[in-house]
Write a protein that binds this ligand. Structure first.
Ligand SMILES: Cc1ncc(C[n+]2csc(CCOP(=O)(O)OP(=O)(O)O)c2C)c(N)n1
Ligand SMILES: [Mg+2]
Length: 819
């Protein structure tokens, strides 16, 4: 296959018709007697009992939410419970024949899917495997309460362990899967192949493809299922996730041995309602969710509708689709029909649907119907069904009682530092797998590597300034750090728009195309949500990903993935999962209002992200190295203004060897004694110009410190400097309002109040849109602004005549106008 397809005018302009294949709707037509050739009586019993167990689990929650008690046991559950009463057959059908290697992701309404997958895994894992999981999971914290006084077998113990972990998680107990930090909508248990469930509707739609990508790139067995609701198909990130999963390149450009298309099922749990809106008939126009497949690729995503009100058609569909995914023919779309008898949540007044409709689905109830079918066909005895049900209900009730018992299942205390301790994993992992990293060439022979070798890495060359073309620059520094980690960690992948042949929009990766196979460096669709979502899924699955957003201005397109997903899964998992993802984000200029914004503050505001912004080659290499050995999500901002800059501060130059710069340590770029200037981003160079002028014209010695990071941030060197100078100005290219610098200024005011001669002064860009390149000087901080602000608000400069208005009166005026 050539790298790109020649587009022939005669062909693409020729007359033709695009045809679609039929999409089956509930095509399953096997009788129970025919199924008996596939399933044993025990299988049938298991399918039915799993449905009953889910019903019981959810019924208990429903009763305590609506009545405060179940069977006389009272409990007040403060948190949410999005129940799936009615959807049991769809959940069990989905999970029944998946193996623990098959990973599911889900939604806010996933208790049933979690339980179904857990029951299925418990049946498939050996006693030794189960004991090992239970003993090692959080050092046995969940096992201890459930094994006390228990005399049954291991499978029974695992059942207690699992239902107890689920209830405890929902009730925010220490003994929950994730110590109660996930809760009802986010519960998961990775050892059984149950991955994060998501309170953001459709959240799993962009994440699950990353987990499937991990399986392909790292040749891992199993498939990935994204269980998402029908209303979530109105969410952009779901469409983006589908687009990402359906890229042609997996089959046209990637090595065949990797296995082809992504092994993923987008499984629509189609209960025909959002909260209170109806996708079909009201809020969407597709009529059938399965129809979406027809627009995605020539395989039409092998889409079909299956009757999820009966477990057998769903099991059948999953078995067929899994085979197809193993043949590399993914992705798959399933439109699994089901019905939620319960309300959206306990406060649901069902104002949006009729009582008759609910009653009809209750009459057709899958649990009762399936039982009757089994009895009619004499496949399982009434006794067997009843005793299995009674056993399970008793176990679930026991585990509910154990989970609400504060002594056996305590909550973490309010003064606990648990949450603080899991916000970051702060790990160091050289590589996530031991196999040999794949390259297309010996990296030392790579033309870009060779070219970098000839560059000058010091601020001067024989005492003379280094010409731009010869200077080892920020771009080279990031490239070098990337190559280092690529050659150690075989799981490391990089992707984003135009990442491959173009080398990333700003050519940081130029040369890597020759060095790396497609599956380690590839172009993504223009789907920022999917780019970040896939990196999240890849990281959660256990690999290292570097994703790129072409401009900071596009963070909005990946808002949920950055702010709710990338940032949160380490802490919501209470440290069970790590997120070794670096998100490279380029910050523009000269391109106007939608391509020139420094949005560091947005990422800085979100707990759980490390946010760094190096602007020198030395810092860029050392900090990228640190980001790429870490296990935390790092927002790595890069300024387009400085990609070409050589090293101007470190006299000995940028080492060729590997080194790291701890993320969060500010760097003193110039020592001084009269005044401190702090910068973040390329404003460092603006401040250098201002500091030179202050020295030359006024004899003022400036201490210049580049924060290099917004989160974490070590204040020690800042405090030390302020103690010395008593005066501090903070400047960055972000708009002044709500900037990182405002936070730092406020903190310094409190941390060194007694040492300050006056309040810290913040200079940022104007609170405007970014105007055209020719007008940027009216928007971004200029050296004159810094000098004028110092003169007006910190230290009157003898004989200085300000050319801009940096007075506090002007600040107040602008604020009144919101500009
Ligand atoms: C992004 C987002 N928008 C809105 C909500 C509020 N909300 C929670 S569930 C829900 C309906 C979701 O419907 P569907 O995807 O069909 O799943 P179901 O609840 O039917 O299982 C809504 C609107 C949310 N959690 N996330
Ligand atoms: Mg729905």
């Amino acid at each position: 296959m050539p790298k790109s397809i020649i587009i022939e005018p005669e062909k693409v302009c020729g007359r033709d018709t695009l045809c679609f294949a039929d999409i089956p709707l509930n095509a399953y037509d096997r009788t129970l007697e025919q199924e008996a050739a596939i399933f044993s009586p025990e299988d049938f019993l298991h399918i039915w009992q799993d449905m009953c167990a889910i019903r019981e689990f959810e019924t208990i929650l429903n009763e305590i939410k609506t009545k405060g008690a179940f069977k006389g046991v009272t409990y007040n559950h403060a948190g949410p419970a999005h129940l799936s009463i009615g959807q049991e057959a769809a959940a069990v059908g989905m999970a029944f024949s998946l193996t623990p290697d098959d990973h599911i992701f889900g939604s806010h309404r996933s208790h049933g899917e979690i339980l179904a997958k857990g029951f299925s895994a418990i049946r498939q894992l050996s006693d030794e495997q189960l004991m090992s999981i239970m003993r090692s999971y959080r050092d046995g914290a969940l096992l201890r309460p459930v094994e006390k006084g228990y005399g049954g077998d291991v499978k029974g113990l695992a059942l207690r362990f699992f239902t107890y972990g689920a209830y405890s998680e929902i009730f925010a107990r220490e003994t929950g899967f994730n110590r109660g930090l996930g809760g009802s909508m986010h519960a998961f248990f990775a050892p059984f192949g149950i991955y994060p469930n998501n309170a953001i509707v459709g959240g799993s739609g962009s994440i699950a493809p990353g987990a499937a990508l991990f399986k392909r790139v790292n040749r891992k067995p199993g498939i990935v299922v994204a269980n998402i609701g029908d209303a979530s198909f109105g969410c952009g990130p779901v469409w983006e996730g589908i687009t990402f999963a359906a890229m042609d390149q997996y089959r046209t450009l990637w090595e065949e041995s990797l296995g082809g298309g992504l092994p993923i099922v987008f499984n629509c749990m189609n209960n025909f309602y959002g909260m209170g809106g109806q996708p079909v008939g009201e809020t969407m126009g597709v009529q059938f969710i399965a129809r979406i497949g027809a627009g995605v690729n020539p395989d039409q995503m092998h889409a079909e509708r299956v009757n999820g009100y009966d477990p057998l058609p769903v099991i059948d569909a999953f078995r067929r689709k899994k085979k197809l995914l193993e043949e590399g023919r993914g992705p798959v779309l399933l439109d699994t029909v089901t019905y939620r008898i319960s309300g959206h949540s306990p406060s649901d007044a069902s104002s949006y649907r009729s009582k008759e409709e609910i009653e009809r689905w209750q009459q057709a109830d899958s649990i009762r119907a399936f039982r009757q079918k089994l009895l009619n066909a004499r496949l399982v005895s009434e006794d067997a069904l009843d005793s299995a049900k009674a056993f399970l209900e008793a176990t679930i009730f026991d585990m509910f009682q154990l989970a609400i018992d504060l002594e056996a299942s305590p909550r973490v205390t309010v003064d606990s530092d648990l949450v603080a301790s899991v916000m970051f994993s702060n790990g160091r992992v050289e590589k996530f797998d031991d196999r040999q990293p794949e390259f297309l060439q010996d990296i030392v022979e790579n033309p870009r590597v060779q070219q970098i070798k000839t560059k000058i890495r010091t601020p001067t060359d024989d005492g003379k300034p280094v010409p731009k073309m010869k200077a080892y620059n920020v771009r080279d520094a990031i490239f070098e750090a990337m190559v280092h980690r690529f050659s150690i960690d075989p799981t490391m992948v990089a992707f984003g728009e135009e990442n491959r042949d173009w080398g990333g929009a700003f050519a940081v990766y130029r040369g890597l195309t020759e060095a790396l196979p497609y599956h380690r460096l590839f172009n993504s669709p223009i789907s920022e949500a999917a780019i970040v979502g896939a990196a999240v899924g890849y990281g959660l699955a256990g690999g290292r990903a570097v994703a790129e957003l072409m401009y900071a201005d596009f963070m909005g397109r990946a808002g949920d993935e950055i702010f709710n997903q990338l940032s949160k899964w380490q802490s919501m998992s209470a440290g069970q999962l790590t997120m070794p993802v670096v998100l490279r984000i380029s910050v523009g200029s000269k391109y106007g209002a939608q391509h020139s914004q420094d949005w560091t503050a947005l990422a800085h505001h979100i707990p759980g992200l490390k946010v760094v912004y190096p602007v020198t080659p030395y810092d860029a290499k050392g900090m990228m190295n640190a980001a790429l050995i870490g296990t935390d999500p790092v927002i790595f901002l890069e300024s387009q203004r400085v990609y070409d800059f050589g090293e101007m501060f470190v006299e000995h130059g940028v080492p060729e060897r590997y080194y790291e710069i701890p993320l969060g340590d500010p760097s003193i770029k110039r020592k001084g004694k009269d005044l401190t200037i702090l910068t973040l981003g390329p404003t460092l160079y603006t401040a250098v110009a201002a500091a030179n002028e202050l020295q030359d014209r006024f004899g003022i010695s400036t201490e210049l410190i580049d924060l290099r990071a917004a989160t974490p941030l070590n204040y020690d060197p800042l405090i030390e400097s302020v103690k010395k100078t008593g005066k501090v100005l903070l400047a960055s290219d972000a708009v002044e309002r709500g900037s990182v610098m405002q936070t730092v200024a406020a903190n310094l005011t409190q941390m060194c109040f007694d040492d300050l001669d006056g309040p810290p002064v913040v200079v940022g860009s104007r609170n405007w849109i970014t105007p055209a390149a020719e007008l940027e000087a009216m928007f971004f901080p200029q050296p004159a602004w810094l000098i004028d602000a110092i003169h007006e608000r910190l230290l009157p400069l003898k004989g200085h005549r300000p050319t801009t208005n940096q007075t506090t009166g002007e600040m107040a005026r602008r604020s009144r106008l919101g500009i």
